[in-house]
Design a protein around this ligand. Sequence first.
Ligand code: ADP
Ligand code: MG
Length: 718
Amino acid sequence: MTGTSTSASPLVGRTLRELAGSPLEVLGLGSSLRTRLGRMGLHSVLDLLSHYPRRYHDRTRRAAIAALPVGEEATVVGEVRSVRARPTRTRRALVEATVEDATGRVQLVFFNQPWRRHQLEPGTEVAVHGRCELFRGQRRLTNPVVDVLGRPGAVRTGVIVPIYPQSGVAEVSSWEIQAAVARALEWAGTIAEVLPPALRADLRVIDRPTAYRWVHRPADLEQARQARRRLRFDEFLRMQVGLVARKRALAARVVGIAHPAPGPLSARWRAGLGFALTDDQETAIAEIAADLAAASPMHRLLQGEVGSGKTMVAAAAIVLVVEGGRQAAVMAPTEVLAEQLHRVVRATFEGLEVDAPDTLTGRRPLEVALLTQRTGAAERRRIEAGLADGSVHVVVGTHALLYGEVPFRALGLVVIDEQHRFGVEQRALLRDRARGPVPDVLVMTATPIPRTAAMLVYGDLDRSELRHVPPGRQPVTTVVVPPDPPARDAAYERLRAEVAAGRQAYVICPLVEGSERVVAKAVTAEFERLGAGPLAGLRLGLLHGQLPGEEKDRVMEAFRAGELDVLVATTVVEVGVDVPNATVMVIEDAERFGLSQLHQLRGRVGRGRHPAWCFLFADPTTPTARARMDAMVSSSDGFELAERDLEIRGAGEVFGERQAGIGDLKLGRLPRDVRYVEYARRTAERLLDGDPDLAAHRGLAEEVEDLLGDAVEFLFKS
Ligand code: ADP
Ligand code: MG
C-alpha cells in the first residue's frame, strides 16, 4: 500500500448510516411481516441487509432421497407432501411430515415443535438435514434441521438458494427474508463504498455495492465467498480504526510524565530479590521502563501465566516511579486479593529506603499502605494524609481507590491487577481523576487472552507478555475423574495423603446457577458432606462470597497459616490466591467451567516446591465437554487453552458484556479470522498515518462512530 493509494473517493450512493436510519416501512412490506421481522430484531433497511445468509444451498448438489444413507447425517431437498400434528401418549406435541423428491420419500418427525405444522405446509420446498434412521421399515429423520427454500407455488429461480437465520418462533421463513432483502437491495440502489479502489486492489477485496448484492444473491458459491470476505473485512476494519484512533487520540491529547531512568534504589531492590529475573521479566521491565521514560502516558497490558512473575515486573515499575519522586497506586478486584497483593508488594520493598531530604536521616522507609472498604476511618485518614504529603509511596487497594477522593501528592503510576474485572470505563475514570499530568497505567492480567482477542478488545493497549514461568516450578498432574465412587475415592485418598505429608488442598464446589445465596447454600452443603464423609477428620475451611468480610479474612488467614488442611470454596479463589503449600486442587462439575477458568483454578497449585495434582470431577457427556477435559489434561499452556476455549465456546462468551460495546461481528469469527484482524489493524494504522482525522475518509469515519458509539464520538472532527 502506498501513501497515495489511500486517498478517498467521493461517497456515491447510500451510506450505512442512511440505511440504518431507514425503517422497514420504506420497503412497503406487509405489516404482519414487518412485525415479525421486528421480533427478530430487524427494524431498519440496514438490519435487513446485514442479516446475512447462514449458508447457501446449491441445488445442483443435493443428495437424492432414495440414496439417503441410513445411520448417517445428510441433507436432502424435496417438497412437503403431507403434514399432521397429534399429541403423544405423554401429551407432547408430535408433528409428522413427508418430504418427497423425484427419487423417493422420507418421513420427518418433530417433538415439541407444534409450529412445524404451519411451517411445513404441503407444497413447500425444504432442505432437510439430519440423521436418517429406519423405523418400522421406513426411513425417517427425527427433529432434523429444516430450511424452507420456497413457498408452495413459488417459482424456483436461482441455482444458489440463500438460507437465512430464521426464527420458527417469529414464524419468518428464509423465503420471506429472501424476498424482503430483494426489496431492500432494490430500494437501496448503490450502497456507498468507503475504501478507495487502490486499497481494495491491494487487499484483494471486491467493492461494497457488489458485496451486498452477492452476499444475498450469488450466482455461484465463489461470489458468495468473495462477498463475505469483503463484508467480514469491513467489520474488523471498523473496529480497528476505532481502537487505533482512540489510542492515538489519547496519546496526543494528554500530558504524561517522563519518569527518570532507574537509579540506585532500583538497583538495591534488584540486589535484594534473592533470585534472578527471568528473560521474559527483563524484557517486560525494559519495555515498561521505556514507556515510563517517555512523555506520553503508558497504557500497557502485562499478560502472563499464573505465577509467571507479573507482580515482580510491576514492582520494578513501582520502584522506578518512586525513585523518581512519584507515587504508585495498585488496584485489585477484591479485598482478599488487595490484601494479598499488599503483603507481596510490601515484602518485596522490605528494608528499602527512599531519599527524604526533609527528615533527620535524609532517608525514609519505602512505605506501602493498604486501603480498602474495610480500612477504618482513622487509618484511612492517616493514609490519606501520607499520600497527600508524599510520605506514603505506594497504596494498594480495591475500587475504593477509584471512586474515593484520594489526594495523591504526585501520582505517577497506576497498576491494575486482573484486568478482566475492570471495565474500559473504569480505566477512563482513573485517567480522568488524575489532576495534572496523567499517570502511566499498567494492567496485569493472568487471563491468557489470546493474542487475536487481545488485539480486538484491547487494541488500544500495548502489550508485554511473560510466556515462561520462573525455573523450579513443579508440574501439575491433571486427572479427569469420572462420576463413579472408586475413582472419586482414589482422588480423595491422594488428597488425604498430601495432607498427611503436610500439604494443603482446595475443593472447588459445583457451579450452581442462581443467586449468591443459592451458591453459598450449595457450597455449605458440600462442605458438610465432605466433613462427615470423604474428608472426615481433616481441618476444613469454608469460603464463599456471602460470608462477612472478617470471616473471609479469618478463613483465608487460617488457610495461609496452615491451620486448615482443606479449603472448600466457590470460585472466589480463582484469581491470584497464592498459598505455595497447597498441592491438590479438586474441581467438582469441572465440565461446566470454561477452559480459562479451569486453568486459573489449576494455577492455584504447583506454586511451591512440591509436585501437585488437579482432579477434574467431571461427567462429560457431550463431545465438546469431553474435548475441553482432554484439552486440560494435554495442555498446561494457558495461551493455548484460551485459543481452544475461544474455538469451543465462540468469541461472544469470552468477551462477555464487552462485546456489546465493541462491535458488530456478524460474519467475523475468532480465532478463525486472525488474519483479517491483522490486515485490518495494519490497514487502520496506515489510513490513520496518512489521514489522522479521517477527513478524506468521511464514510469510514461515520461508520466507525456509529459502530463504537460514545466511545469514539470525539475522535473525528467533521
Ligand atoms: P504472578 O503475579 O504472575 O501470578 P508473582 O509475581 O506473584 O506471579 O510470582 C509468583 C511467585 O514466583 C512469587 O512467589 C514470586 O516471588 C516468585 N518469582 C517471581 N519471579 C521470580 C523469578 N524470576 N525467579 C524465581 N521466583 C520468582
Ligand atoms: Mg498476580
